[in-house]
Write a protein that binds this ligand. Structure first.
Ligand SMILES: [Zn+2]
Length: 182
């Protein structure tokens, strides 16, 4: 498992080797290292990280040439501010995308699905940028806790109340045990 810092950009020669070998890179990105995601996080991304797996393969249907592809899988979580109560919200991330690597917009236009592409700069791939782009694209427009009772200060009061019946249940079981001993 390599961290994102050690990888930076993948040069065109290494990229060619990765594609030829059908290799997989396993990377860890602290959310704090991804500026655009960290900007959305109340903790500046210091509490969460993303695990990414990039699998390289050749093949992809262009009209004039074969393009390399990268299968991007990302898991982990990002912390965001709930848009209802502005309190932290941890959003699980699970991304599975097959992207075709192209060197120009013209090449992307050749493909059946020109949207699932990564544009290489000078033949180089920037894994952090790819991962961040994919995660950003998958975020809800207005992230919120699943229901209002999970939000803010009131939530603690309400959840306190909902815990009481469980405590009552525990008492019931406790009595049941004691009865069993008698
Ligand atoms: Zn909330």
């Amino acid at each position: 498992m390599r961290t994102a810092m050690e990888v930076g950009r993948i040069g065109s020669a290494e990229l060619k080797d990765l594609v030829a070998g059908g290799s997989t890179l396993d990377l860890v990105f602290p959310v704090a290292s991804l500026a655009r995601l960290a900007a959305l996080s109340p903790s500046a991304g210091h509490e969460t990280s993303l695990r990414a797996s990039l699998s390289f393969q050749s093949a992809a249907e262009g009209y004039s040439q074969v393009f390399p592809q990268v299968h991007v899988r990302v898991s982990g979580a990002v912390d965001l501010a709930c848009q209802r109560c502005l309190q932290p919200l941890v959003l699980p991330v699970a991304i599975d995308a097959l992207l075709t690597m192209v060197s120009s917009e013209e090449q992307a236009a050749e493909l059946a699905d020109p949207f699932d592409t990564v544009l290489l700069e000078d033949g180089e791939l920037a894994p952090a940028q790819v991962v961040e782009d994919e995660v950003l694209a998958g975020l809800p427009l207005a992230p919120r806790h699943s229901d209002e009772t999970s939000c803010g200060r009131d939530a603690r009061m309400i959840s306190g109340e909902t815990h009481r019946p469980m405590a009552g249940l525990a008492d019931l079981f406790g009595r049941g045990d004691r009865q069993g001993e008698e």
